[in-house]
Write a protein that binds this ligand. Sequence first.
Ligand code: PEP
Ligand code: MG
Length: 593
Amino acid sequence: MFLQLKGIAASPGVAIGTAHLLDCRAVPLPPLSTVAWAMLDGEVRRLEGALAGARDELLSAQENLLGAQLAESRAIIHGHEQILRDPSLLANAVDRIRNDRLCAEWAWTRTVAVYREVLSAAVDPYLAARAADLEQLAQCVLRHLARSEQHHALPPPAGSIIVARDLTPADTAQLNRSEVAAFATDVGTQTSHTAVVARALAIPAVVGLQQITAVVRNGDTLVVDGHLAQVLINPPAAILTDYRQRAQDLRRRRTAAEDNGQGPAVTRDGLPVRVTANLQYPDEIGTAMRCGADGIGLLRTEFLFLNRGDLPSEEEQARAYREVVDGAQGSCVTIRTVDLGADKLPVGVSPGNEVNPALGLRGVRLSLQHPETFQVQLRAILRASVGRSVRVMLPVVSSLEELRTARRALDEAADALRREGVETAASVPVGVMIEVPSAVAIADLLAAEADFFSIGSNDLIQYALAADRGNQQVAYLYQPLHPAMLRLLATVARAARARHKPVCICGEMAGEALHVPFLLGLGLDALSTNAPAIPEIKRVIRTLDQRECVALVERAMQLGTTAEIANLARAFHHDLGWSADGATDEAVESLPL
Ligand code: PEP
Ligand code: MG
């Protein structure tokens, strides 16, 4: 049946492909009742069979991943397989079948619940991390008990459109990302993880579709239209033909625009502005350089900690950082220490159950609570920085003490490496992400001690405007051009300038053409964005005169509402005739405020 769903445009472009559902739903349990004595042996056999089936599934997933050379995924799968082989888990569940006369599903679920409880309460981060793994595996075994065909660990075939309730960093880390055609999810916003990853991969995405996982079946033909924020399910042939033509035109236009990425971005009045890339995974470095990145403004390191039962070793981390640093062709790479917690569900270092994780143990707070784990990451960064231009950046800093403690930790790591005779970088600049209002308020103090600032506008907007970045209900309040945001950005830029420290912005706000004149007018030195957006951002910068941007900001500061500032931005945009190259007015109109 042909259906059309409307959502939120998260990444532009058009894709046509086959639906692949990532099954994230919990498998329903059968009613709880006492099993007849004669049936108990059969229940034990069912459970053993389901465990064996789950292990086989993992092994065949591993074989598929081998071909794709996904070392990280192989390690994850191996870890999961070991958990399923744990003899005490099976013995415990079998006891419950025999002694409590439970069916296999309930015996398994209750056993896992006890193990999970113990693990999540563990102080040891390695053990705590196993709790999340166990939950994932528990569902897999239940699916086997339910004789379900669905399996989330098998990689989708090339060209699939991934349909899911939401995609977490843990989900996307497991996908063979280069082969995915598009994302379509029930929930999400323009700054949720699904959107960030889709833009980095230059694949279309529509989020916030509410019902898509309920109406789409595996194998359905889908059209994901990232411009009109819609997904078409099993459209008629004529519409498909039309969309194929549109997809081809868009690809041609994008390729033609890529040339804009080459060379520096200098304003009409001669101000050079660095445009760097944000990376989620090391293998994005090639795309970033092809798109014309003047370096890496944000290397997110969460990928190293997700979907696994152990913590990444120093060697593994150093290798991953080196891959990016070597690929950056001599340009500067800014490595952000791990920002787990809140929307980045932790597996490697777990903050445990939190009622309000966005205000909980995340970012540098979590790292400082796990000094040994932090040391491993800092040592790996220092090792990868030898002879290269690398900066360290601390996420979610809310006080000067955090910067000082983290700096001491970095010095400690460097001293230890030297004592051990391991080559380490002489010194690495340490920067602070400005993404919490308190960091803005003390920007003058932070600027005195930090080597650089990078504004994490994704979080700064959510914390300043009290609007959860992943919550559709309050998406209308999540406004990058809110008068409060302009004032916050101006405070940060002023504080950095007063101390002659570079200030960059690495939130999604930097990748929107409409925002660029404001960012230049506020005096930011560099913009860091998803790689595919770089050519367009560079093109826009070359059309601007920084003095006009300063005047624009002065005018905007007189306005009282986001709508007035956005109208001013559109008028400015229109006067410059930016739409002349094919960036349509329709696209401009649909830009987020
Ligand atoms: C930000 O908050 O703007 C940012 C770049 O960090 P992340 O999106 O990873 O939280
Ligand atoms: Mg952030």
